[in-house]
Design a protein around this ligand. Structure first.
Ligand SMILES: [Zn+2]
Length: 123
């Protein structure tokens, strides 16, 4: 038996207690899209063109191919999988709320980034 996987959902408004609370949504594991299940990745190096690799030399290429520059994946912390909400098992109302929260998060991140870009231009 393994523990049930859940994804935390913060600040759900509980009508009965009239308080914000944390609920846990049923989740499942999916192969991490960042490292594609490798648990580590050299993506932080960026992609090299053929010419760049030729310039680096054979030793570098061997190391690179062997994964010697790989770092633990940040997204899954080397676990190769990430927990995502299992939409089929999830209460539809909560799922909707969760998605809205995610949208809001993405929106405020975008707004913050735009703000930073604006102030760095005039600053
Ligand atoms: Zn990963």
């Amino acid at each position: 038996m393994s523990a049930v996987t859940t994804v935390e959902f913060l600040d759900h408004w509980n009508e009965e207690t009239e308080r914000y609370e944390t609920v846990h949504l049923p989740a499942k594991y999916e192969v991490c899209p960042d490292c594609k299940g490798e648990g580590k990745s050299s993506a932080y190096l960026g992609a090299f063109t053929r010419d760049e690799l030729d310039e680096m030399g054979d030793e570098f290429i061997d190391d690179y191919r062997a994964g010697n520059f790989d770092r633990p994946c940040e997204r899954c912390a080397g676990n190769r999988v990430i927990a995502v909400v299992d939409e089929e098992l999830c209460d539809p109302a909560l799922l909707q709320e969760y998605k809205k929260m995610k949208d809001d998060e993405a929106e405020s991140r975008m707004a913050e980034a735009a703000e930073r870009a604006y102030f760095s231009r005039i600053g």
